[in-house]
Design a protein around this ligand. Structure first.
Ligand code: HEC
Ligand code: HEC
Length: 303
């Protein structure tokens, strides 16, 4: 008899437990929170991409922007974008990026006008972020572009023409060709920590055209020029498992698979047994022919 209440109690408990689990399943894995509504998602989903994707309908002129800028931005960024005190400079700075103290502004540094729209819309004015209407953002962005001599004074910015604005420093942004490093933890016979250093100090972050001038003087074959500029970073020292140019044993089996296969691998990229070869080594500005010429040079130098 004395066991009965316990039993009832137990089954009630398990009943409420199973109800709870049921409710939890509905609410999500951890049992709390709720699915975000379309409206809530829209509040967060405000990013704008370089191709203009994500921009809301709207427009604003340089002229409208001037007044707004004076009113809402100039106290910190200066009437001409020159920056007040230590607040960021928004205009000027062209040609200073290689100086000891580069002036990185919207005009001298930024690669896409969409970043300016997104940043302003998301976070400016500093003390009242997201207080501007979409049209006000268009206007004030048009004005900042005007301060950087990127548009004329009668320009009107909208969701269609923003992606067409060519930012001067865009060509100097290049894909980072360094591979992700996947390593196995070393458990015995490992290198001494203080002997480990950076193997390649020549990752070409500079403009490809600029390097070409320097290399052309020393070498003749176009394949070698491309190799030196774009492929040598990995293939000279064997970074990430790349077959070393000049090291016959690294190339023997590859060469026997045929030139065509090697060229295709170099152009399209491939995951082999020693590492990952990114398509065109990450230099997507190279043509297929240029990559093929580099492969020919590399193979010739390695057999
Ligand atoms: C109260 C001062 C203040 C006001 C007003 C203000 N900003 Fe800013 N702005 C800042 C600060 C501070 C930063 C740097 C924030 C950071 O780096 O986190 C900044 C950064 C920026 C940047 C990025 C600069 C860069 O090179 O990284 C842009 C663009 C910008 N503001 C535009 C605007 C515009 C447009 C307005 C007017 C609508 C505005 N700001 C109003 C203080 C202000
Ligand atoms: C980020 C490093 C990296 C860069 C830059 C790079 N490679 Fe490679 N490459 C590799 C790696 C790693 C392999 C070996 C992949 C494997 O077989 O596992 C490889 C393999 C190759 C092979 C052998 C293909 C085969 O079929 O075995 C060729 C040819 C080649 N690369 C050409 C190039 C050319 C041409 C360039 C410059 C345009 C270049 N690579 C730039 C990392 C790189």
């Amino acid at each position: 008899m004395s066991n009965l209440p316990k039993l009832v109690c137990f089954s009630l408990l398990s009943l409420s437990f199973s109800l709870m689990t049921h409710a939890a399943e509905k609410a999500g894995y951890y049992g709390y929170g709720k699915a975000a509504s379309q409206e809530e998602i829209a509040g967060w989903d405000i990013d704008v991409r370089p191709d203009g994707m994500g921009l809301p309908d709207g427009s604003g002129s340089v002229e409208d922007g001037e007044m707004l800028y004076e009113d809402k931005c100039a106290e910190c960024h200066g009437s001409f974008g020159e920056g007040v005190g230590r607040f960021p400079v928004l205009a000027g700075g062209e040609g200073t990026l290689t100086d000891l103290r580069p002036s990185k502004t919207v005009g001298s540094f930024w690669a896409h006008a969409s970043t300016l729209w997104d940043y302003t819309h998301r976070s400016m004015p500093f003390t009242e972020p997201q207080s501007l209407s979409d049209n006000e953002v268009y206007a004030v962005v048009a004005y900042v572009l005007y301060l950087n001599d990127l548009v004329d004074d009668d320009f009107e910015l909208n969701q269609r023409n923003l992606a067409e604005i060519e930012m001067p420093n865009k060509p100097n942004f290049v894909p980072d060709p360094r591979p992700d490093v996947q390593n196995v933890r070393c458990m015995k016979g490992c290198k001494k920590a203080n002997s480990i250093g950076i193997a390649s100090s020549s990752v070409p972050l500079d403009n490809i055209e600029m390097q070409k001038v320097a290399v052309d003087e020393k070498v003749t074959s176009p394949g070698e020029v491309i190799y030196t500029q774009s492929c040598g970073i990995c293939h000279k020292g064997g970074i990430g498992g790349a077959p070393i140019v000049g090291e016959k044993s690294d190339w023997k089996s590859r060469i026997s698979a045929g030139m065509l296969t090697m060229k295709q691998h170099a152009i399209r990229g491939f995951q082999g047994s020693t590492g990952f070869m990114p398509a065109k080594g990450g230099f997507m500005n190279l043509s297929d022919d240029q990559v093929s010429e580099a492969v020919e040079f590399m193979v010739e130098a390695s057999q």
